[in-house]
Ligand binder design. Structure first.
Ligand code: NDP
Length: 316
């Protein structure tokens, strides 16, 4: 599989397995099956509530001789309540995943929360960047990187502005920004900026995240999987629409982490890493941009809180 290379030579397999919403009882089997068929990159997060089960799957796969730790790329994310205690949060994740180190640790959201809550129930639960500066959180990330507990560190849901504000404060630069990317939301300015800064991008919700909780969904959301342009390209290549959506990132040199707990779809998604789209395909897909986010961040923007959608995303 194609990989993305880091400054120290480490290689991130370009297609990985997403695990948000992979339910207890299902995620163990999904991770075991994924490893058996060749996935080597798994995207986790403390807030997904399933790291202990993923840890058991990783350990059992290793014990069964199916994979060695050093062949895997394991990412996890610092939850919003933990911005002021990065080391402690990472130690919990490492215990749950049964690991000595992560390959990549990300600040999950540029939205620090009061450390006593997991989700905000009132606007004051959300801390402003003045109360908990991103640069302070980043110092905690640098400490865990220096201690060797995370080989690489990065961010998630950071705009060009938030990245460029953070960079002057960094001794170790963020190496990855994990963001929503798909043909309806291709973020060309962020893609250009990340390339200039040697920051790798990872695309989340590449298939439209249709299993999100109902309260996170809008009315009449457009469907990536049913888009006619994607369907036509899929037909030409003799593949599925999901494979076109995933291959689009691979062709552009962006990592992608589709979530599935279905053995058939795990296979289908992995095979997409071997499909290369033509320049004509890419041009047709370019016409689909409609600046549409599935994960719109509105949870973090209650009236009276420190963020609006504009200051959260610094754009659409
Ligand atoms: P995806 O776009 O990956 O969509 C997942 C949904 O698509 C599931 O319902 C899955 O069902 C279904 N699916 C999977 N493969 C196929 C296929 N080949 N054909 C049709 N349907 C398919 O959504 P996610 O939001 O889960 O994004 C992927 C990952 O990105 C997350 O799991 C998480 O790891 C990460 N993420 C990170 C965020 C962040 O803030 N950093 C935010 C959102 C996601 P089934 O399981 O039944 O196959």
């Amino acid at each position: 599989m194609k990989t993305l290379t880091f400054a120290n030579g480490d290689q991130l397999p370009i297609l990985g397995l997403g695990t948000w919403k992979s339910a207890p009882g299902a995620v163990y089997d999904a991770v075991r099956e994924a490893i058996r068929i060749g996935y080597r990159h798994i995207d986790c997060a403390a807030i997904y509530g399933n790291e202990a089960e993923i840890g058991r799957a990783l350990k059992d796969a290793e014990r069964a001789g199916e994979v060695k730790r050093e062949q895997l790329w394991l990412t996890s994310k610092l939850w919003n309540s933990d911005h002021s205690r990065v080391g402690k949060a990472l130690e919990k994740t490492l215990r749950d995943l049964q690991l000595d180190y992560l390959d990549l640790y990300l600040i999950h959201w540029p939205v620090p929360l009061d450390p006593s809550v997991t989700f905000p129930s009132k606007p004051s639960d959300i801390l402003s960047p003045a109360q908990q500066p991103y640069a302070a959180t980043w110092r905690g990330m640098e400490e865990v990187a220096r201690a060797g507990r995370a080989r690489h560190i990065g961010v998630s849901n950071f705009s060009v502005k938030k990245l460029s504000d953070l960079l002057p404060h960094c001794e170790i630069k963020p190496e990855v920004d994990q963001v929503e990317l798909h043909p309806f939301f291709p973020q060309p300015a962020l893609v250009r900026y990340a390339a200039e800064q040697n920051i790798h991008l990872t695309a989340y919700s590449p298939l439209g995240s249709s299993d999100r909780p109902a309260q996170m969904k809008g009315k009449d959301e457009p469907s990536l999987l049913q888009d006619p342009v994607i369907a036509t390209i899929a037909k030409v290549h003799g593949v599925t629409p999901a494979q076109v959506l995933l291959a689009w990132h691979v062709t552009r040199g962006i990592a992608v982490i589709p979530k599935s707990v279905s053995p058939a779809r795990l296979r289908e998604n992995l095979a997409a890493a071997e499909l290369t789209l033509s320049i004509g395909d890419l041009e047709r897909i370019d016409t689909l941009d409609r600046q549409f986010r599935y994960v719109d961040g509105s949870l973090w923007t209650p009236a009276g809180g420190p963020y609006t959608l504009q200051t959260l995303w610094d754009g659409p």
